[in-house]
Write a protein that binds this ligand. Structure first.
Ligand code: PEP
Ligand code: MG
Length: 821
């Protein structure tokens, strides 16, 4: 970080012109050995291509990047011109902060200065103070490697702790939202200090204004009845940070043009190929009156517009979460939080009291926040400005008299070109009409990119202003894998792109071709991917789809929709057919799992008030020993034709398992058959709790997340209204799986999962990270699940699993991964 030395501060200066001021500040830098004198010319050159006026009388001249070799060491200098110097039409500079930075250290000073701009009193004082020490104190940030003071030391009449921001992108919108929300939950005043700047810990805008980067140090202080609890919770929150998104990857299209003509180069933001005419998205302009006569009425209008916008954002959050997953949706919660910011509202109301209309006051307040952020060279801070303006416009539209040039989304399929897409724009994209998009701003981590990935819309971001200068309607190919937009490609390239698109979007060919390859993580750990089947004939389909066996044969399929139970012979034929089709690959036959939602007429099962909590699974088999024995006889006989294992469903207690094992052993002895591996489904919470005891009695566990989820969350697995919440990735379910795996470790009992979670890309990665070694999935999911496993290392899967276990909701788990939905 930059040090401001006394020799580099000159107060009470007079400058005849902007050039004179820049030369004076350059002379300060040169005198202290920071630059060679020629750097002054570079600073003047910069003025011709960039605006270095920051606002409120502060300017930050600095040289061109190409002239960095003229910098001997990083430094800043401040020239105070109390009488002011014209910087650009309408703007007078009084504090001229010259920056000579060899790398990006100047961004921190910019952050401090930006914060300073909100402290009108302080800026005004610094412009006239005769004391250079005051300028130094205001602009110097604390050293990042030195603690501000001992944790817990009293601070501003309260308690304080120091914390280092753990979020990979600093304290930006999402982690800051989480912080402000958590702070509001405590009966305490919370203040956050970063360097010389402070923010109300309950104000999102205030927190963002601090401009804290990753690993930046902050001091959190609190005062009030719950101060200690608040500090402990907020420190944890800030240090845990926001997990980095992990992109699970997928097939690439592999297309490249043979003769690239006009090419726009940007950043790969969402994979895939889009082919179609380009269309420019024009920004809308919202017109509001400046003055209003009745402040009371305006205050009311503002409050109503904010409430309506907040409700709209909640709705949008819900909608986008459904459509695109939690990661893409989270920004709308942050937007709603902006609207609860007490500072923003107070400032807008002060303007209204000065006879400004609600719309004007609101827009000016938002611009005061957004403008200085947007000016900075830092894309993350600029992204915050986009968010502020997006949420600001949402309120403004409700207050506006006129909306000029209302943006029209295309009615026919196009590749959309835009300056940037706000999260609201992105949420409104219809994949049927927007084939892809390319923006001049933004990047792969912007919300628009996250939403595009989850909607499967190819996208390129950060491609620069050239994006906006394309001829409307011209044909183009957008390559979202590599970040290119090819304008007016040759007919041959167009045809090849279409071909590649078909291949990519169609069969996801590569995955399919690799379906018979083993599923090895990038660091070489093999995971068995097997199939869930019902009927015997599906065994051959499972093998053809790449299954390495059958992890769950739901034998009840043979028993359903018929008037009498299948005979031993009929069952033997079915199990033998499946075993033979697998040609030595494992076949796990689950013994009869009826009851619950599956009833059969021939068993004379009494109606139950709660069938899922009634006589089902192994309970039913133990209540009908003849039925159970017949099935076991058929299984033992079929085992001569393949590698068969037996699995009992719905085990809830050790005694049940012992009873089932005893019957199985009797049948085996009666037949004189060889011993078979025996396992149990883990799908009842009591089985998880008793897993250490159960593991000692069986060869394997297969976790049935479908039932486990319904029993852990007390949510009927078929309930239409609860379907969304009964999510197998709920941390409560994941923690049960973790407990099961740990109980089995050391007992030579392997653990697989055959519930639906195993067939989801995200679920599969989390499960293997938890230590599950076999995934049994539906036949169509086999190739994709194998491909996902090949994309990750076990180390990454374990890290993801740890983060998933630490989440507090299924939504948060799904939000860990880009586009996981
Ligand atoms: C389960 O409960 O997760 C499971 C695989 O069994 P079923 O869906 O057949 O109840
Ligand atoms: Mg089940």
């Amino acid at each position: 970080m930059l040090e401001l030395e006394t020799a580099n501060v000159r107060v009470g200066a007079v400058a005849a012109s902007k050039e004179d001021a820049i030369r004076q500040v350059a002379a300060l830098l040169a005198r202290s050995g920071c630059i060679v004198p020629g750097y002054a010319e570079s600073m003047l050159a910069r003025e011709k291509v960039a605006n270095t006026y920051l606002g409120k009388g502060v300017a930050i001249p600095h040289g061109m990047p190409k002239d960095r070799e003229l910098i001997r060491r990083t430094g800043i200098a401040v020239l105070q011109v109390p009488g002011g110097v014209a910087w650009q039409p309408g703007d007078t500079a009084r504090l001229i902060v010259g920056i000579a930075a060899r790398s990006d250290e100047h961004l921190e000073v910019l952050g401090n200065l930006t914060g300073l701009l909100y402290d009108d009193e302080m800026v005004a004082r610094l412009a006239v103070t005769p004391d250079p020490g005051e300028v130094i104190a205001a602009l110097s940030a604390p050293r990042v490697d030195a603690p501000l003071s001992e944790p817990g030391e009293p601070f501003e009449a309260g308690l304080a702790v120091d914390a280092v921001v753990g979020s990979a992108h600093g304290l930006h919108a999402r982690p800051a939202t989480a912080f402000a929300e958590a702070a509001k939950g405590f009966d305490a005043e919370v203040m956050v200090r970063h360097g010389a700047h402070r923010a109300n810990g309950k104000s999102l805008a205030g927190l963002l204004r601090l401009g804290v980067k990753a690993h930046g140090r902050v001091r959190i202080s609190a005062r009030g009845p719950e101060a200690s609890a608040a500090l402990a919770a907020l420190k944890r929150l800030i240090e845990e940070g926001e997990p980095e998104e992990i992109f699970l990857g997928g097939p690439t299209h592999g297309w490249a043009p043979r003769a690239a003509g006009a090419t726009v180069r940007g950043l790969a933001a969402s994979p895939g190929i889009a082919i179609g005419p380009v269309r420019l998205l024009r920004q809308r302009k919202i017109v509001v009156e400046r003055c209003a006569k009745d402040p009371e009425r305006e205050r009311r209008r503002l409050s109503e517009a904010i409430s309506a916008a907040r409700a709209e954002l909640q709705e949008l959050h819900h909608e986008v979460r459904e459509k695109s997953g939690a990661a893409g949706a989270a920004i709308f919660l942050a937007h709603a939080e902006f609207l609860s910011d007490p500072d923003l509202l107070a400032r807008a109301e002060r303007r209204i009291a000065r006879a400004e209309s609600a719309g004007w006051a609101w827009r000016e307040t938002i611009e005061e926040e957004a403008e200085p952020l947007a000016r900075l060279d830092d894309p993350l801070l600029a992204g915050r400005a986009t968010d502020l303006r997006d949420v600001g416009a949402r309120v403004l539209r409700r207050l506006a008299g006129v909306i000029e040039g209302e943006c029209e989304l295309p009615s026919e399929p196009v590749i959309l070109l835009a300056d940037d897409l706000t999260p609201s724009d992105a949420a409104a994209l219809d994949p049927a009409r927007v084939l892809g998009f390319c923006t001049s701003g933004g990047g792969p981590t912007s919300h628009a990119a996250i939403i595009a990935r989850s909607l499967g819309i190819p996208a390129v971001a950060g491609a620069g202003p050239v994006v906006l200068h394309q001829r409307e309607g011209v044909a183009a190919v957008l390559d979202g894998d590599n970040g290119f937009l090819y304008i007016d490609p040759s007919p041959e390239d167009l045809a090849a792109a279409r071909e590649a698109q078909r291949g990519w979007a169609g069969l996801r060919g590569a995955e399919h071709r690799a379906r018979h390859e083993p599923a090895l993580t990038t660091d070489g750990v093999r995971i068995e991917v097997v199939a869930n089947t019902g009927l015997a004939r599906e065994a051959a389909q499972a093998v053809e789809a790449g299954g390495e066996g059958i992890g769950l044969m739901r034998s009840e399929f043979l028993f359903l929709e018929r008037a009498t139970a299948p005979s031993e012979e009929e069952q033997y034929a079915a199990y033998r057919e499946a075993a033979e089709a697998l040609a030595g690959l494992p076949l796990i036959i689950r013994t009869l799992d009826i009851g619950g939602d599956k009833a059969v007429p021939y068993l004379d099962m009494p109606a139950e008030e709660n069938p899922f909590l009634g006589v089902r699974g192994i309970r039913l088999c133990l209540a009908h020993p003849a039925l159970f024995r017949t099935q076991l006889r058929a299984i033992f006989r079929a085992s001569a034709h393949g590698s068969i294992k037996i699995m009992y469903p719905m085990i809830a207690s050790v005694s049940e398992l012992r009873e089932a094992l005893a019957i199985t052993e009797q049948v085996r002895q009666e037949l004189g058959a060889g011993r078979l591996d025996v396992g149990i489904m883990i799908e009842v919470p009591s089985a998880v709790v008793m897993a250490p005891e159960l593991a000692g009695l069986v060869d394997f566990f297969s976790i049935g997340t479908n039932d486990l989820t319904q029993y852990v969350l007390a949510m009927d697995r078929g309930h239409p209204q609860l379907a969304r919440q009964a999510d197998g990735l709920h941390p409560a379910v994941l923690r049960m799986i973790d407990q099961t795996v740990r109980a089995a470790a050391g007992k030579s009992t392997w653990v697989g999962v055959c519930g639906g979670v195993a067939g989801e890309p995200l679920g599969a990665v989390i499960l293997i990270g938890l230590g599950v070694t076999e995934l049994s999935v539906s036949i169509p999911s086999i190739a994709a699940i194998k491909a996902r496993i090949r994309d990750v290392s076990m180390a990454d899967a374990q890290a993801l699993a740890r983060r998933a276990l630490a989440c507090d909701s299924a939504e948060a788990v799904r939000g860990l991964v880009k586009g996981a939905g």
